[in-house]
Ligand binder design. Structure first.
Ligand SMILES: *[C@@H]1O[C@H](CO)[C@@H](O)[C@H](O)[C@H]1NC(C)=O
Length: 424
């Protein structure tokens, strides 16, 4: 009943004012109030139970999540381990695959060689000659090379060679007739180390015209747009070459020995002069008698093409040191001078261009590889497109893989398509 007083002030007030006769309904009220209180207690108890249950459920769920996350963590660890193992496995598989690929490449090479051989049976080919050193028989004797050919396993072990470059011309891709400047004979070339273009009009003279680019030359009215450079000695023939800011040219004055001159185009002075490696003044190309010797530049450096005397029918080749003009090695290319018009060197391989006295189509008919790698089967019979007259000169630029031709006063650019030499 104490609870009644505290909880319900109103019930206490009522019991003081009402007389004893009216006590009965009060009792009923109290009892019902007690009932109501018990109901509230039940209600609170229920609420508590409910909350407890909820808490328990939340706890359960938290436990569940906790376990789940632990499991995930463990799974992630496992996955990481698995990934690492897989990556290791893949790495080793990659290595194996690479080896397989190498094998496949060798097989493809072989098939290509066979295809080329089949092609060579059905199409005309240039006459290529194997390396024949006049001085210094190297360790790359043709017999040794042949020996390697017999066994298929020896493919990868290639003999060391003079040159590292492995390209051969497969076709003349396009022709561009740039301009017509000067007389029927002359030469023009582009320094592979700079974009400068040099033009030497005629077969003798002492003025070289320098242009900053091919475009400058094509825009120039005649040669007047170029910078004239006066040489201390006149050049002879169309056999000059420009390499790394130096002009190399042939000096041939009456009653004097033929010389190779190295001229610094920047400082305007002669840096070096070397004697010619042969006596006599026979022209290197029979169809261009003014050109006693021809200098050529390729990826390997500087080359000299010349005739080894009047009685010698073949074109000779010398490798020159561009710095000192020292001759490092000499070869007989076995390419005849007769009906030769011009020649150029690409990747250590000489391509001699032939024509007829009444100029018809020029063609590469003889190929000589100083490494003996380019064999006759691969050397294509290259025909130059029909032109105006005959080539006075053909200068190869190794950077752009194109030829600068001089044809009856026209400056022509031939772009070349290359392919890999078959390393037999
Ligand atoms: C180029 O040389 C020829 C001779 O071969 C000469 O007739 C001509 O005038 C020269 N042209 C120039 C622009 O020097």
């Amino acid at each position: 009943m104490a609870l009644v007083y505290i909880e319900s002030g109103r019930a206490k007030e009522l019991s003081c004012r009402i007389n004893p006769l009216a006590m009965r309904p009060v009792l009923v009220l109290l009892v019902s109030a007690a009932w109501a209180l018990t109901g509230a207690q039940y209600y609170y108890q229920g609420l508590m139970d409910y909350l407890e249950n909820r808490l328990l459920a939340i706890e359960d769920r938290m436990q569940f999540w906790h376990e789940q996350s632990r499991r995930y963590h463990a799974e992630v660890q496992d996955f990481k381990k698995l990934t690492a193992e897989t990556v290791d496995g893949l790495r080793s598989e990659h290595g194996a695959l690479l080896k397989d690929l190498e094998g496949a490449a060798l097989r493809v090479n072989r098939v290509e060689r066979e295809m080329d051989h089949v092609e060579s049976q059905t199409s005309p080919r240039a006459c290529a000659v194997a390396a024949d050193r006049v001085v210094e028989q190297g360790v790359w004797g043709p017999e040794e090379r042949r020996g390697g050919e017999e066994e298929d396993d020896g493919w990868e072990e290639l003999p060391s060679r003079v040159s590292d470059c492995v390209e051969i011309i497969s076709a003349i891709r396009s022709v561009k007739i740039l301009k017509r400047v000067g007389g029927p004979k002359g030469m023009w070339t582009r320094d592979p180390r700079s974009s400068r273009v040099y033009l030497l009009n005629g077969t003798s003279g002492d003025v070289v015209y320098q242009f900053n680019s091919v475009r400058d030359l094509s825009r120039s009215p005649g040669v007047t747009g170029g910078r004239p450079i006066r040489l201390p000695f006149a050049w002879s023939g169309a056999g000059g070459a420009v390499y790394n800011g130096y002009l190399y040219y042939i000096k041939q004055e009456a009653d004097a020995d033929v010389q190779v001159v190295k001229y610094d185009l920047l400082s305007g002075s002669v840096t070096d002069i070397a004697m010619f490696p042969a006596e006599g003044r026979a022209a290197v190309y029979n169809l261009n008698p003014e050109t006693v010797a021809d200098l050529a530049v390729d990826d390997e450096g500087l080359w000299l093409l010349y005739a080894d005397g009047d009685g010698e029918p073949n074109i000779h080749l010398a490798k020159m040191d561009p710095a000192t003009l020292d001759i490092e090695e000499i070869w007989d290319t076995r390419c005849p001078r007769e009906n030769a018009e011009a020649a150029f060197v690409v990747c250590g391989t000489v391509y001699v261009v032939y024509n007829t006295r009444l100029a018809s189509r020029s063609r590469v008919e003889c190929v000589f590889d100083v490494n003996g790698v380019a064999v006759s089967e691969e050397a294509p019979l290259l025909y130059f497109p029909r032109r105006y007259g005959a080539h006075a000169s053909l200068k190869y630029n190794p950077e752009e893989k194109q030829l600068y031709g001089w044809d009856d006063g026209y400056q022509i650019i031939y772009r070349l398509t290359m392919k890999r030499k078959l390393l037999v």
